[in-house]
Design a protein around this ligand. Sequence first.
Ligand SMILES: [Zn+2]
Length: 339
Amino acid sequence: MQSDAAFEYDGGRVDPGTRRNLRYAISETYLGDPIRIPVTVVNGDREGPTVFLSAASHGDELNGIEVVREVAHEWDLSDLAGTLVCLPVLNVPGFLAQQRYLPIYDRDLNRSFPGREGSTSAKRMAARIFDNFIQPCDFGVDFHTSTRGRTNMLHVRADMSDDAVARLAQAFGSNVIIDGEGGDGLLRTEATRAGVPTVTVEMGEAHRFQRDLIDDALAGVESVFAEYGLRETPVVRWPGWRTVIRDTDERTWIRADVGGIVDMHHESGSLVHAGDRICTLTDPFKSDSAAVEAPFTGLLVGVLENPVVYPGNPLCHLVELDDEVRRVVEREQAADTAA
Ligand SMILES: [Zn+2]
């Protein structure tokens, strides 16, 4: 869709050169009141692509909300070439309850796309969102954080076998891209299948606004806008180093073999060398402890924040780096320590 046209959805339109804040009904409560998602559509004066930015399809994942709001309401979009569809809170019932899933039978909204009319409540909500605000776009970015109790460094998840998705993922300019199609029902997977190339950005923890990550993600959005000519901004950013990791390598999730209390020795984003102690598991009396060592040299993409585990719970997400990238990361982290 080009921006010389109005942006149309079921119930309204936004003409070129105008913007609109709306609350769009996607379902109803037990009391029969509408459940409405906030939407801001900014239709530029100039022609260009139609792009969605979405967040909080998991209701307690807050960082992306601020990213989307700042783009929509703090950026100067007077020179916009194209249309922005900003969806800061997709899972409104989950957001109100500050929980990941829809409170109705704990359904995962982000496994319910593209949705279907006449189906379950989750799929009806997903369909209202998808048909009106995702399908009309040319591409999109969906923001997430780690699940509650864990955190991850900012990274992009994308199906790099799809050229249009790979272009978008690279334009965002993160150090780490995790490559994989994603599962059925995911917004990014289903949007991409429907002809709207989409990536997920994972950033930090649930229940927080983390300013450094929000700024980094805003720089990513700016870079994407530069790549597709939406704004006359500087240039597409090169993050200094980049690694693309396949999503299929199960061993990169290091899991606890015993239950206990976890003393984590590294932050997400740290480089650890083979044999380094990542964390220590202890019992309540501190009399018995087990060291968890890095099985190979790699980057800690995600780590546990809530320091308790059952056997089998994930402790961290460690990904291998090739030698060249590893050397760049080592230099960078040494410089950070010195600074
Ligand atoms: Zn999520």
